[in-house]
Design a protein around this ligand. Structure first.
Ligand code: ATP
Ligand code: MG
Length: 411
C-alpha cells in the first residue's frame, strides 16, 4: 500500500498541535473542577436512537451529518455527533435521575459527516459541561461563567464575545413559531429546500440556516421578544442580572437559536471574528426536555460544548515541554550504571534520555539535537568513584557530581 493519508476530515495531532490540544483539555478540566463538575466518559458510539430522536429530526446533524451504520449483529449504531445526548442517556441508564444535581464535564472526539474546511472536520473534539437538575437562571449563569473562565484561562477571552438569546418557554415558542410560519410562508419562494422542510417541522431552525438566500430572508424575520410570556421574560432578565454579577460580558443576539432541538430559555454562543465562517467556539443553552426524551423523568438541564480545534487555533503557542537531561555513558560498564542513574532522574520527575548506541561525540551531538539542558557524562573509570561529569549545555561549564546527588542537583 502506498500513499495512505488520514481519512478526509480527520487529522493527526503531533507536536505543537497535540500540546495545544492537551492544554485546552487540562485547563478546562481544572477550571470546571473548581465549579464542582465531575468528569464523565461515555461511549463514542451509541444506539442510533439516542441521537435520532433527541437531536431533532430537522437538525443538520440528524438530517445530513451522522455517521450511522449497522453493526455485525444488525443493530444501528452511530458515532456520537455531540456529547449532551450521551450524558443524558447515561444519567438515565445509571439510575442517577433522582441524584440531582449532577454536574458533568466531558472531553473527547465527536463525528459529523461535514464538508471539511478550516475549523470544520469530520472527527473533531469537544470539551463540555452539563448541569442537570436546577431550573433556576442562576444555574445558566454559572454554567456560562465557567465557560467564560475557561476562555480566560486559555488566553482567548479577549478574542471572543458572548452572544445571548432566549428561546422562551413552551407558550412563548408556540406564539413565536406561528409568527415565523406566517413570515417564512410569505417568503417560501426564496427559501432553500432544507428550510422548506424546516418550515413544516421546526421553523425556528430556519434562523440557524447557513444558506445565503435563507440568511437574507432571516434578516427581516420577527424576533421572539414580543412573544415572550411574563415568566420567560423574568427568567431572561434574571439570567442577565446574574451574568453581570459573575462579571461575564455579553451582548444580546436574537438570531441565536442553536443547531439542535430541545433547547428552551437560554441559548448562547461565544463567537470570534478570527476564524472566518467557523466563528463559534463555544455554544450551549438550556434543554429541559432532553432527559425525558431519553426515558427519564422531566429534568431541567443546561450546558455548553466547545470545539477544541477552534479554541486551539485562537491560542498562543503552547509552552514547549521541559528540556531534557541527556545521560551519556562512555563504555559498556558505564552504560550499565547509566541505566540506574536514568531511572533515579525519572523517579524524581526529571525528563531524562539516553541514546541506545554511539561514541562520546555521537552521543553529545544527539544531546544537542534533542535540546538537552545538561549532559551527564559517565566513563567506565568514574563508576568506582561514583562521580559523573555534568556539563551544562547552555553555558558549557562542567562539574563533577556524585551519582546520588544527581536528581536533586538537576531538578
Ligand atoms: P456550526 O454552526 O459551526 O456548524 P454547530 O452549531 O453545529 O456549529 P455545536 O453542535 O453547537 O456546533 O457544537 C459546539 C461546538 O463544537 C461548535 O461551536 C464548534 O466549536 C465545535 N464544532 C462543531 N462542529 C464542528 C466540526 N465539524 N469541526 C470542528 N469543530 C466543530
Ligand atoms: Mg454544524
Amino acid at each position: 500500500m502506498t500513499d495512505l493519508q488520514p481519512a478526509r476530515g480527520t487529522h493527526d495531532l503531533i507536536g505543537e498541535d497535540q500540546r495545544r490540544f492537551h492544554r485546552v483539555v487540562e485547563t478546562a478540566r481544572r477550571v470546571a473542577a473548581t465549579y464542582g463538575f465531575d468528569e464523565w466518559m461515555t461511549p463514542i458510539f451509541e444506539d442510533t436512537r439516542v441521537f435520532a430522536r433527541t437531536l431533532g429530526e430537522t437538525s443538520d446533524v440528524v438530517m445530513k451529518e451522522m455517521y450511522s451504520f449497522d453493526d455485525r449483529g444488525g443493530d444501528s449504531v452511530t458515532l456520537r455527533p455531540e456529547g449532551t445526548a450521551g450524558v443524558c442517556r447515561a444519567l438515565v441508564s445509571n439510575g442517577l435521575t433522582q441524584s440531582l444535581p449532577q454536574k458533568v464535564f466531558y472531553a473527547g472526539p465527536m463525528f459529523r459527516y461535514e464538508r471539511p474546511q478550516k475549523g470544520r472536520y469530520r472527527q473533531f473534539h469537544q470539551i463540555g459541561t452539563e448541569l442537570i437538575g436546577p431550573a433556576e437562571p442562576l444555574a445558566d449563569a454559572e454554567v456560562i461563567a465557567c465557560g467564560w473562565n475557561i476562555l480566560q484561562a486559555l488566553g482567548v477571552a479577549a478574542d471572543t464575545v458572548l452572544e445571548l438569546n432566549t428561546l422562551g418557554d413552551k407558550d412563548s415558542r408556540q406564539a413565536y413559531r406561528d409568527a415565523l410560519v406566517a413570515y417564512f410562508t410569505d417568503h417560501r419562494a426564496n427559501l432553500s429546500d432544507d428550510s422548506l422542510t424546516r418550515l413544516e417541522r421546526n421553523p425556528m431552525r430556519i434562523l440557524d440556516s447557513k444558506d445565503e438566500s435563507d440568511r437574507r430572508i432571516v434578516a427581516g424575520a420577527p424576533t421572539i421578544a414580543p412573544y415572550l410570556t411574563d415568566a420567560a421574560r423574568t427568567f431572561y432578565d434574571k439570567l442577565q442580572e446574574h451574568l453581570t454579577r459573575f462579571q461575564v460580558p455579553f451582548r444580546e443576539n436574537p438570531r441565536i437559536v442553536r443547531g439542535l432541538d430541545y433547547y428552551g430559555h437560554t441559548a448562547f454562543e461565544f463567537v470570534t471574528s478570527r476564524l472566518g465562517a467557523q466563528g463559534t467556539v463555544m455554544a450551549g443553552g438550556r434543554y429541559d426536555g432532553l432527559v425525558a426524551e431519553m426515558g427519564g423523568p422531566a429534568t431541567p438541564a443546561v450546558g455548553w460544548a466547545a470545539g477544541i480545534e477552534r479554541l486551539s487555533m485562537l491560542m498562543d503557542q503552547a509552552p514547549a515541554p521541559p528540556a531534557p537531561v541527556a545521560v551519556v555513558p562512555i563504555g559498556e560498564a558505564a552504560e550499565a550504571a547509566a541505566i540506574g542513574i536514568l531511572q533515579s532522574l525519572r523517579a524524581a520527575g526529571i525528563r531524562a534520555e539516553m541514546a541506545y548506541r554511539g561514541n562520546l561525540r555521537r552521543r553529545m551531538e544527539r544531546a544537542n539535537r534533542i535540546g538537552a539542558r545538561a549532559a551527564i557524562i559517565i566513563g567506565d573509570d568514574d563508576i568506582a568513584a561514583g562521580l559523573a561529569q555534568v556539563k551544562n549545555l547552555a553555558s558549557g561549564t562542567q562539574e563533577a557530581i556524585p551519582f546520588s546527588d544527581l536528581p536533586s542537583r538537576l531538578t
